[in-house]
Design a protein around this ligand. Structure first.
Ligand code: 13P
Length: 249
C-alpha cells in the first residue's frame, strides 16, 4: 500500500511569525494521522518552520532550488544548502515556475538529479493547459513531461520521486478536475512509468493530485485508486482547513 502524502504549497505567502503560529496550531490537529504531512514554505520561512516542526510529524520542504551545488548564481539556493538546514522535500517544476521563470523539462531533470544527490525528496509537478485538455492532448503532454523529468534516473530514484499532477486550469481557479479525470490522468502517468521503469516501480511511486483541493473535495479525490494524496495551494494557508484535508480519511 502506498502512503498518502498531503503537501501544502504556501507559494509566496506567510511571514515567519505567521509560519510559526500556523505550525503550532497544526501540530495537535494532525499528530495522529498516518498520512505524510509536508509544508513547502518560502525560503525565508524554512529555518523558522524547521524549528517549529521539530518533534512533530510535520515535514518541511522548499518550493524550488538550483541544480548546481554552489557558484556564481546570484539569488539562487542549492540542494546542498537546503539539506544543510534539515529540509526534506523540494517542489520541482511547478507550473508557475515553468510559466513565469522559464523552467523547462531539462532544468527540471537537472534539479531532480541534484535533489537526489543531496538526499532531498523531489515533488515534481506536471500538468496540461486548458487548451491542451480541450484539444485532447492532455495525457500525451503529461506523460511526455514525466518521461523528460525522470530521464536518466535509476528505478530506485523514480520509485522515490513524488509526482504531482496539477492541471494548470485547476490551479487557483476553484475548478477541480473531476475525481475520474484526475484518476485517469494519474493512471496514464503510472502506466508510462511502468513502460519505462517496470511495474514494481510504477506501483511504488506516489502520484498526487493538485488544483483547487479543499476539505470538501479531498476525500473523493484521495480515495480514487491511483491518487496518493495532494499538493494543496490556497487551502494550505489556514491551519484548520489544511488539517481537515490531512485528516480526510
Ligand atoms: P490551489 O490549491 O490554490 O489551486 O494551488 C494548487 C497548486 O498549485 C499547488 O502547488
Amino acid at each position: 500500500m502506498r502512503k498518502k502524502v498531503i503537501a501544502g504549497n504556501w507559494k509566496m505567502n506567510m511571514l515567519p511569525d505567521a509560519a510559526i503560529r500556523f505550525i503550532d496550531e497544526l501540530t495537535p490537529m494532525v499528530k495522529n494521522t498516518e498520512n505524510e504531512v509536508v509544508l513547502c514554505v518560502p525560503y525565508t520561512d524554512l529555518f523558522y518552520s524547521l524549528l517549529a516542526a521539530q518533534n512533530t510529524n510535520i515535514k518541511i520542504g522548499a518550493q524550488n532550488m538550483h541544480w548546481e551545488e554552489s557558484g556564481a548564481y546570484t539569488g539562487e539556493v542549492s540542494a546542498k544548502m537546503l539539506k544543510s538546514i534539515g529540509v526534506e522535500y523540494v517542489i520541482i517544476g511547478h507550473s508557475e515556475r515553468r510559466q513565469y521563470f522559464a523552467e523547462t523539462d531539462e532544468t527540471v531533470n537537472k534539479k531532480i538529479k541534484a535533489a537526489f544527490a543531496n538526499e532531498l525528496k523531489p515533488i515534481v509537478c506536471v500538468g496540461e493547459t486548458l487548451e491542451q485538455r480541450e484539444s485532447g492532448d492532455a495525457l500525451n503532454v503529461i506523460t511526455m513531461q514525466t518521461q523528460k523529468a525522470l530521464e536518466g534516473l535509476t528505478e530506485e530514484q523514480v520509485a522515490n520521486t513524488i509526482i504531482a499532477y496539477e492541471p494548470i486550469w485547476a490551479i487557483g481557479t476553484g475548478k477541480t478536475a473531476t475525481s475520474e479525470d484526475a484518476n485517469e490522468a494519474i493512471k496514464a502517468i503510472r502506466n508510462k512509468i511502468s513502460d519505462l521503469y517496470g511495474q514494481n516501480t510504477s506501483n511504488r511511486i506516489i502520484i498526487q493530485y493538485g488544483g483547487s483541493v479543499k476539505s470538501t473535495n479531498a476525500k473523493e479525490l484521495f480515495e480514487m485508486s491511483d491518487i496518493d494524496g495532494g499538493l494543496v495551494g490556497g487551502a494550505s494557508l489556514k491551519a484548520e482547513e489544511f488539517a481537515k484535508i490531512v485528516n480526510y480519511n
